[in-house]
Design a binder for this molecule. Structure first.
Ligand code: AMP
Length: 116
């Protein structure tokens, strides 16, 4: 998928509506349309990167910034202390459906351990 077909690039451009909760020069966060937890926010780089497979050394600052934004959003959502889960799905076996790298921020309920 290229940038022009990318649903998250369209959200960034305001061509598809979203409930935005955070934006700065590098990243944007909006609520997942099918929430899997009481708080479910997607945090994405403003520049199209398809997946973790396309991250380069030049993106290391941006990747770190996704996490500092996640921390701020968790605090604003009131789940910093109760806890939350951060997930990046990559590729078909990783369950990635939208090929614009995104960090899922999930919280507001106790989640089972992903490793069983
Ligand atoms: P992933 O499976 O990791 O690629 O996650 C893609 C996520 O994007 C899913 O949780 C979807 O519910 C979510 N999603 C898809 N389309 C939209 C949209 N238009 N607005 C908000 N979230 C969306």
């Amino acid at each position: 998928m290229n940038k022009t077909d990318c649903i998250f690039c369209k959200i960034l451009a305001g061509e598809i509506p979203s409930t935005q909760v955070y934006r700065d020069e590098q990243v944007t966060a909006f609520r997942d349309i099918h929430p899997a937890a009481p708080t479910h926010v997607l945090i994405i780089p403003n520049r199209h990167i398809s997946s973790v497979n396309d991250v380069t050394e030049a993106d290391e600052g941006l990747m770190g910034h996704l996490f500092t934004a996640a921390k701020q959003i968790a605090k604003a959502e009131g789940i910093a202390e109760s806890g939350y889960r951060l997930i990046i799905n990559t590729g078909p076996d990783g369950g990635q459906e939208v090929f614009h790298l995104h960090l899922h921020l999930l919280g507001g309920q106790r989640m089972r351990h992903p490793m069983g």
